[in-house]
Every structure is written in C-alpha cells, then in structure tokens.
Design a protein around this ligand. Structure first.
Ligand SMILES: *Cc1c(COP(=O)(O)O)cnc(C)c1O
Length: 373
C-alpha cells in the first residue's frame, strides 16, 4: 500500500455523522445557492479570524481577482508578486491586464523577500501580494510599513495559511489574512480548511471595501437587477458552506496535528546529509499546509527512489514564475530571482495531512536517510 500525500477520506470518516447531517439538511431545504449556511459560515469565519468582514466566493483564484477588481486596479498598474508561488497569484494579475512585478523569496521560509520589495516599486505600482506559502505568515509588519510609505494596497494570498497567527513586534497577535487591506483564501479540498468542492473567501476590516467586494462577487449589483459596476459571479454554494461550518470547528485540531507531524519530520530527518528542513520564521505560527524539504543536488532521483518504495511526494513548485511561458513575457523583473529558481530545483514536499500515521513517517524518513547515505 502506497503512502499518499493526503487522506481526505480518512479525515471525512472521523466527522462523517456531522457532515452527513449537515449536507442532508441542505438537501432537505434545497436552497442550494445562498442558503442560510453561507451567511452562517461567513459569520463563523469572521468570528474565528477576528475579521470584521468575510465575504465567501467560489474559489481562491476568484478571491484574488475580486480583491483586485474591488481595489479598482487598472490595466498597466503594477502588482508585486513573489516568483515562487502557485500560478494563480500572478494569473489574476495578468488576467486583469495588470503587470506582475516578480520578486524573490527567502530560501529558508519560502516567503517573499522583504528587501526586494522597495527596489521593485515604480510610479505604476499599486499593490503587493504577499503569499503565506506552505503555512506561515510573511513578515507582515515590514510589508505594511513599506506599503504605507509608498501608498500601496496589500492583498494577502492566504490560501495556504488559514489559522496561522502573526505576532507583531509589540506582541499583538492576529490571524494571517486579516492584516492587509484585503485577505484571500481558498477552500479547495486539499487546503488546511478544505470543502468538498471549490470555495473561497475574502476578508477585510474596511466597511466600504467589504461592500464593494460583495458587489463585485454579485454581478456588480447592490440591489437586484441594478448593476452599478462590472462584477462577476462568484459564490460559495450552500453544500460547501455546510461542510465548512463543520470543518471550521475542527481547524485548530487539524493545525495542531499538522504541526506535530512537522516537528516529528524535523526530528526524524535531523542530521540526514543533504536534506534541509523548513525554517519557522519566529513571528508566525506555522500550520504546515506543506512540509517541504530541500534536497541538495539529487531531488529528482530521491523522488524516484521514494516512488519505488511506495512513498508519494510532490514538487511544489517545479518552475518559478519568471520561467513559465505564460508569465515570462508579461512580467517585470527588477531584482535577482536566484532563490526562486534554486528552490524550484531543490524542493520536495512530503506527505502532510491530518491523518498521517506515525509509522508512515518513520518509513518515509528511513527511506530518505537510506537514499542520502
Ligand atoms: C490554492 C491556491 C490558490 C487558488 O485557490 P483555488 O481555490 O484553487 O482557486 C491561490 N493561491 C495559492 C497560494 C494557493 O495555494
């Protein structure tokens, strides 16, 4: 039996009675769109995150697009995006005719390299999109300070770090996604808070922005059939909201489980030659969306070796955005992207999920250390 990256079925089995009842209720009510569960979920998530406003939408990519539309970014405006991220972050920038300005990431935390932001700002720059990659928050205090000085919007791509907490230098703790002008997340099934289809949400602390975001998600209308702006159609459906209401109540235990497995990986891989385990930044808790190691030199051989042993692993991400066909031409690059390119060649993500088994972790780490001998 192969060791999988994920075990969504195992996770479902543990909460099956609650989930089945919640879905059955949606079926009984048959309010498949805009059922009461959707608003309930927005309220529950707002409460959890201590965010003033939460607006649900259809997926995380839409959330990012809607954020940029609500901020009225215009074609030609520049948006600073890390080169080492999931493509969706930069894709919506391109889709709206904005210019992605790619910056590098820190090779230890995988998060945006703060020193690259200012040299990348021009008089066309309108926004920065920090991505809280693999489960920990970027250095938001410094990002907000730079954004404030240059009058830029900050849109947090929090698809991978829902539930992570950021600590300011004065000790104040806030949830990832609630710090920038807008925060975006995804409920894709494999995310830390995943639904059973597609889903996403947008956070803001600003009342006017919240109302604009809601309009954009709903065809640009505030009053039905009166369209004030061009929007889109992006909704979280009721069944997904019902699932998320249940799963949100388990998110903290899920984060604890992931963290425990990550610490175990670190312990089991300690001293293995040629393997570097991920760094924790110190100013954020880590919810380990992925556990991603660096393999010096022989990453692809190690992956092949693990596959032969029945161990699944994944490469997130095999190419930095500057080298992607779709992004190379439309992007601006004003700094070195060496770390992003280096990471694309070295990263390997190991199985990481709430149902991981202690003995499987031992098998995985034994295989890695055998390979590295
Ligand atoms: C998953 C993800 C998205 C997109 O979310 P979807 O719901 O799949 O559209 C965007 N950014 C990052 C960093 C992601 O991991």
């Amino acid at each position: 039996m192969a060791i999988p990256m994920l075990d969504l079925k195992g996770q479902y089995k543990k909460i099956k009675p609650e989930i089945d009842a919640a879905i059955q209720q949606v079926l009984d009510n048959s309010n498949f769109i805009n059922g009461s569960e959707v608003n309930e979920f927005e309220i529950n998530l707002a409460e959890y995150l201590n965010s003033r406003y939460v607006i649900a939408c259809a997926n995380g990519t839409d959330a990012l697009q809607i954020a940029m539309m609500a901020l009225e970014l215009k074609p030609g405006d520049e948006v600073i995006v890390p080169a080492f991220t999931y493509a969706a972050t930069a894709e919506v920038v391109g889709l709206l005719g904005l210019v992605p300005v790619l910056v590098d990431v820190d090779p230890g935390t995988f998060n945006i390299k703060i020193e690259d932001i200012e040299p990348s700002i021009s008089n066309k720059t309108k926004a920065i999109v920090p991505v809280h990659l693999f489960g920990q928050t970027c250095d938001m205090e410094r990002i907000m300070e730079i954004a404030g000085r240059h009058n830029l919007f900050v849109i947090e791509d929090n698809a991978q770090a829902l539930g992570a907490k950021y600590t300011y230098s004065d000790g104040r703790e806030v949830y990832a996604g609630t710090i920038g002008h807008i925060g975006c997340t995804s409920f894709f099934p494999t995310k830390n808070l995943g639904c059973y289809g597609d889903g996403g949400a947008i956070f803001t602390q600003d009342k006017e922005l919240a109302s604009k975001i809601r309009m954009v998600t709903d065809h640009g209308q505030k009053v039905k059939y009166f369209h004030d702006i061009i929007g889109c159609n992006s909704r979280l459906d009721t069944i997904q909201a019902a699932v998320l209401n249940i799963k949100l109540s388990h998110l903290d235990e899920y984060s604890v489980a992931r963290y425990r497995f990550a610490q175990r990986y670190k312990q089991l891989l300690k001293g293995v030659d040629g393997i570097i385990v991920p760094e924790e930044s110190g100013n954020s808790t880590h919810v380990y969306h992925q556990f991603t190691i660096l393999v010096k030199g022989r990453r692809d051989e190690l992956r092949q070796y693990l596959t032969e042993k029945g161990i699944t692993s994944m490469i997130y991400y095999p190419m930095s955005l500057n080298n992607q066909k779709a992004f190379g031409k439309i992007s601006e690059i004003r700094v070195s992207l060496d770390n992003s390119e280096y990471l694309a060649d070295q990263v390997l993500s190991l199985p990481m999920h709430t149902e991981l088994k202690d003995e499987d972790q031992i098998t995985i780490c034994k295989a890695i250390s055998d390979f590295c001998k």
